[in-house]
Design a protein around this ligand. Structure first.
Ligand code: BGC
Ligand code: CA
Length: 358
């Protein structure tokens, strides 16, 4: 059984007894007339959730966590929250149509995992025109767009922090077992980099900061090869199979911007019967935690899916209750809720995997 640390969730749950009661009362009061433009039931919060691509492992986890959090809230407090989930299938035009539909049906709030981060302005203007608060998550629009309207929010983790923690995992390993890691004994760390989707803040900043941690610490690094595999396990496995033919054992460390690509790399090494280098990912998905347990994946960085979904729900409730989101969910700079990343290796795996004994 997989159990993730609920950093955000446990914090936010504590003060909930009274405020949830208020929510229940206020929701019914505030939303009684809300559904008038659509088929809305009385006392129901109708939320449109637009995903960039539902087949993405991490995103599907966030949605499942959000659905679970909503059910728990409804079960506990008798609230009615309707989530409508739309899959953008990596197409911004498709996603725009889905959002137009949510708005024309009179939905109360939008949660958007935008396909193309640079297309946010159009969407924000539409939401503002309709007076519907919009929470972006995981795919971060630029600050100028977020600031277009005070009812625009972003819930996610700081991309550079993910990179820094991943770099620290490798730095610790280099300091502890340099003899084994430095296969060719030249004192230089030869690495490969599997990058996420081009233009995604997490791909850009994790790539930059992971390596920066090492060079800032005085470790000499050499990039052997890097390429994008679009967050995807199959694409990563294909790429790394080619790398293995070309660069073979010269790869001492493999950074992957996410776990799916790290697992794809492991697939490729295992298929080729080649010795695994030190591989690190980001996300702490269930299969990645299993790989850490087996020792094929050296480490990963928790991208807090539960925290993100819980924070989105709490933010929506705060908006409904007309509570100050700064107090309710720790909103920063008027627009942002940040969830912390966490390093995961075999040393602390028991915090994440139930029943695991080091
Ligand atoms: C995750 C990736 C995911 C991407 C989708 C990133 O934060 O680490 O696994 O594919 O978001 O936008
Ligand atoms: Ca070396």
């Amino acid at each position: 059984m997989i159990r993730k640390i609920k950093n955000y969730s446990s914090r936010s749950h504590k003060g909930w007894g009274r405020s949830l009661f208020l929510t229940a009362v206020l929701c019914v009061g505030l939303l009684a007339g809300c559904g008038s433009s659509g088929s809305g039931e009385k006392g129901t919060l109708r939320v449109g959730v637009a995903l960039y691509d539902q087949s993405d492992t991490f995103i599907s986890t966030v949605v499942q966590d959000l659905e679970r959090a909503v059910q728990e809230t409804e079960g506990e407090e008798g609230l009615k929250i309707n989530l409508s989930v739309a899959d953008g299938r990596s197409n911004q035009t498709t996603q725009m149509d889905q959002i137009d539909q949510f708005l024309s049906r009179g939905y109360d709030m939008l949660c958007v995992n935008i396909v193309d981060r640079t297309a946010a302005a159009v969407l924000i203007d539409k939401a503002q025109e309709a007076g519907v608060p919009l929470i972006f998550f995981n795919r971060q629009p630029v600050a100028e767009d977020i600031q277009r309207w005070d009812q625009i929010y972003y819930v996610g983790a700081r991309a550079e922090e993910g990179g820094i923690l991943q770099g620290q995992l490798v730095l610790d390993a280099w300091l502890q077992k340099r003899q084994t890691l430095d296969r060719n004994g030249d004192g230089i760390l030869q690495y490969g980099m599997l990058e996420g989707e081009p233009g995604h803040q997490d791909a850009l900043l994790r790539t930059e900061y992971s390596v920066k941690v090492l060079s800032d610490a005085g470790v000499e690094v050499e990039k052997v090869v890097s390429d994008t595999a679009n967050w995807n396990r199959g694409q990563a496995s294909e790429k790394v199979s080619q790398w293995l033919e070309e660069f073979g054992p010269s790869l001492e460390v493999l950074f992957a911007n996410n776990d799916d690509m790290a697992l794809g790399a492991i697939d490729a090494f295992q298929e080729a019967g080649a010795e695994l280098p030190l591989i690190v990912g980001v996300d702490a998905t269930a299969p990645a935690l299993e790989a850490v347990k087996e020792g094929t994946l050296y480490g990963t960085v928790l991208n807090d899916a539960q925290g993100i979904s819980r924070a989105m729900l709490d933010l929506m409730l705060a908006l409904v209750k007309e509570e100050d989101p700064e107090q309710a969910v720790g909103l920063e700079d008027g627009h942002y809720v940040w969830l912390p990343y966490q390093k995961v290796t075999q040393n602390n795996l028991s915090d994440f995997l139930e029943g695991y004994q080091p």
